[in-house]
Design a protein around this ligand. Structure first.
Ligand code: HEC
Length: 102
């Protein structure tokens, strides 16, 4: 019985860490280096750089992962994501998704 309870507790703690919400504040800190092109609040100052504010979180994360893997090929962005971990990209995506696009 004790073993079963212990096993269940382990499964519960594992599953909560897997669905842990992204950290918007950590994403904001990591996004400081993105502001030059994408704007301080995710609204780009130049026509060649896309706005990121208010974009869907999952879409942003998928684009960052694609730049990192090379499936989306852009030299500027490849160098920007090279040093980011998977968690960094999730946190950054959550940060930009939380901003207003107005
Ligand atoms: C030197 C300028 C520059 C910097 C700095 C930069 N980006 Fe980009 N970013 C671009 C360009 C240019 C594109 C469009 C790429 C393309 O045409 O595929 C882009 C595209 C993107 C996209 C895809 C947007 C879409 O609508 O599909 C995301 C997401 C993104 N950048 C996030 C970031 C993040 C996060 C950082 C900081 C870690 C960052 N960028 C830093 C220039 C930059």
């Amino acid at each position: 019985m004790k073993v079963i309870i212990l096993a269940m507790a382990t499964i519960v703690s594992l599953s909560t860490s897997l669905v842990q919400a992204a950290d918007i504040d950590a994403g904001k800190a990591k996004a400081a280096s993105c502001a030059g092109c994408h704007g301080g609040a995710g609204i780009s100052p130049a026509p060649v750089y896309p706005n990121l504010a208010g974009q869907k979180e999952m879409y942003l994360y998928q684009q960052l992962a694609a730049f990192k893997s090379g499936t989306r090929d852009n030299a500027m962005m490849a160098s920007m994501v090279a040093g980011l971990s998977d968690d960094d990209m999730k946190n950054i995506a959550a940060y930009y998704a939380s901003l207003s696009c107005q």
